[in-house]
Design a binder for this molecule. Sequence first.
Ligand code: TYC
Length: 115
Amino acid sequence: MSLKKIVMSGEDVPENGDRDADLALQTRARTKRPPMYKVMLLNDDFTPMEFVVLVLERFFGMNHAQAFEIMLKVHKKGLAVVGVFSHEIAETKVNQVMQLAREHQHPLQCTMEKE
Ligand code: TYC
């Protein structure tokens, strides 16, 4: 039974199935939030720690202490999320990291994954 009918609860309430309630659900504006993507750095045995710190400062807006902490997390745990972004921004960050790593001939890997 619709909320309206429960509240009114009189004999004079017209019976129309639950079409009032159905209509309310169908017409409510549904603004979906866009999907977000985690950007991750992966550990390897060759990329210098200072290079990873530089990447985190340059592309992920971290100060030196934050960048060093996250670099160590990747080094110890194998990977870490370094930011969460819209699809387009995440893709840009991954490409920037991968290009700089390539230019310096480091095997650093950066990937993205839907949250
Ligand atoms: N493990 C690397 C080293 O010992 C450092 C490193 C940290 C590499 C984080 C990649 O994403 C990385 N030189």
